[in-house]
Design a protein around this ligand. Sequence first.
Ligand code: SF4
Ligand code: SF4
Length: 85
Amino acid sequence: MIAFNPQKCIGCGDCVTVCPQQCYVMGENKKSMHRFPERCMECGACQLNCRAEAISMEAGPGCFVYIIKEQLFGKSAAHDQAVAN
Ligand code: SF4
Ligand code: SF4
């Protein structure tokens, strides 16, 4: 489960860049919006990369699966498989 605090967000866009599932898009006011929560596999990348600590969550089983795929097939392959799932 992800919690996004727009008060803390500085609009850097890093969450948009790192999310393998394209869960985030930038809002008109340069704040990130979590518009596709159904795509989230709970990898934790957005939270880890948010310098403003605007995202909090508990990493779920998807994190483990993504890391294993990344180790076996490389980051791009893991990303592609995650998007396809
Ligand atoms: S990484 Fe954090 S501060 Fe940057 S846009 Fe995303 S939520 Fe906002
Ligand atoms: S936890 Fe992973 S999949 Fe979910 S929104 Fe964050 S970066 Fe995207």
